[in-house]
Design a protein around this ligand. Structure first.
Ligand code: HEM
Length: 406
């Protein structure tokens, strides 16, 4: 596609142009180069250059994450409203800081080491099953299963009870889509209620069987800290646990599926990585940069300010184009090139500042194990069909990616 200066004036994020989901990058480049702050019909703006995106994500004093005002007209007085407005990511200090501090120990190196063995075993089991068949749908049979089970472990959900988790998470996240239908909203609200009821029951069970809790069980630890007076209510604990699943599984599945897709599209880089597995760390950072799982974040300005040379009143809603920033040639040399050895790589795929992804080390660990074991067992992995992408704008979602294992 040819990049033209008038593209940005026609660009509406809520109704993106045809082909955007297949390849958003020419459009994002046009925005970044010709309209670094791009006005939207509803009064919001898209910000797309690296320095501006980083500034908005970092400066929590001037840019708020609180969504109480934004979500009221969208969700009304509903379970979805209750859920999203209690999740730490959609709040500012002091509530955000309080929840974040309580979660911190679970993302420390010690916990990671305990989770690592379970992830390795799970990946092995998935690959054993796939080896018997000789084919694998990277998304449905691999990329989703790894993070879903990891978050299941983190919340202490028994293995045999994990099946509904993904459906609940999808329905709840579907409610956030800009083009959602009334049916989607109703299904999202039902999913919040079902998930809450399940977690209430699980908490009751954990209280009755405290000796059976694993030391990586966040839900149980939050309940214990609630009992010791942490100040977080049971309802707040439940909503932040649901958020943990939503935040941790689709994004990581996207990293794994997009990572494989990138390797299949760039056989030279795949061969380079297979020949030198010490490149795995930089390869994963490059996957996060090139195909950022969360393509757009958002913030609302708290005060009148100047951004990208434009004066904005207090209360301006900003779409923060992480995917555009991560291909800004002012920061990344030859940004559209996929280079598994790129170093340094200061991408913003995990955000920046106070809300920087709490699970970044978990996601990196899962991806490292998934790619390492997959490539070691099946170095001749080949595509067995086209990559099918979802028509989503905020998330970089692959729905299907069939491969043959050899
Ligand atoms: C490749 C995978 C992942 C990506 C790309 C990703 C991306 C992000 C981004 C961009 C944010 C910041 C949002 C903002 O500033 O508004 C965020 C926040 C968060 N993520 Fe992740 N994430 C990933 C995996 C995970 C995992 C595995 C977990 C947990 C198991 C997790 C838990 C969280 C939490 C709790 C927050 C909220 C942090 C806060 O508000 O302080 N994420 N993530």
């Amino acid at each position: 596609m040819t990049l033209t200066a008038d593209m940005p004036s026609r660009f509406v994020l809520a109704a993106p142009p045809p082909g955007f989901a297949a390849d958003p990058y020419p459009h994002l480049a046009a925005l970044r180069e010709h309209a670094p702050l791009c006005a939207q019909p509803d009064g919001s703006w898209i910000v797309s250059r690296y320095d501006d995106v980083r500034e908005v994500l970092t400066d929590a004093e001037r840019f708020s994450s609180d969504k109480q005002v934004d979500f009221r007209p969208k969700f009304g007085d509903s379970p979805l409203y209750e859920h999203h407005t209690m999740s730490l990511v959609f709040n500012d200090a002091p509530y955000h800081t309080r929840v974040r501090k309580l979660l911190a120990p679970f993302f420390a190196a010690q916990t990671l080491r305990r989770l690592q063995d379970r992830v390795a075993q799970m990946v092995d089991e998935l690959l054993d099953r796939a080896a018997d068949r000789g084919t694998l749908d990277i998304v449905g049979e691999f990329a989703i299963a790894v993070p879903l089970n990891l978050v299941g472990d983190l919340l202490g959900v028994p293995r045999e009870e994990r099946e509904p988790l993904r459906e609940w998470a999808n329905l709840i996240l579907g409610g956030l889509d800009p083009q959602r239908t009334p049916e989607q909203l109703a299904a999202g609200n039902r999913a919040v209620e079902d998930f809450k009821a399940y977690l209430r029951e699980l908490i009751r069970w954990k209280r009755a069987h405290p000796a059976q809790a694993q030391d990586t069980d966040i839900l149980w630890a939050l309940i214990q800290s609630h009992d010791a007076g942490s100040g977080l209510s049971e309802l707040e604990i439940i909503h932040n646990s649901i958020f943990m699943l939503n935040a941790g599984h689709d994004t990581t599945a996207s990293l794994i599926a997009n990572g494989i897709d990138l390797l299949l599209r760039h056989p030279d880089q795949c061969a380079r990585l297979a020949a030198d597995p010490t490149l795995m760390r930089t390869a994963i950072e490059e996957m996060l940069r090139a195909e950022s799982p969360l393509q757009f974040g958002n913030r609302r300005s708290r005060v009148p300010l100047t951004l990208a040379g434009e004066q904005l009143p207090a209360g301006t809603f900003l779409h923060v184009a992480i995917a555009a920033a991560n291909r800004d040639p002012r920061v990344f040399a030859d940004p559209d090139r996929f280079d598994v050895g790129r170093d340094p790589n200061r991408h913003l795929a995990f955000g920046h500042g106070a809300h920087f992804c709490a699970g970044n080390a978990v996601a990196r660990m899962e991806a490292n194990i998934a790619f390492t074991q997959l490539l070691a067992r099946f170095p001749g992995l080949v595509r067995a069909g086209p990559t099918v992408r979802a028509e989503r704008t905020r998330f970089r979602v692959i729905e299907r990616l069939p491969v043959r294992l050899c």
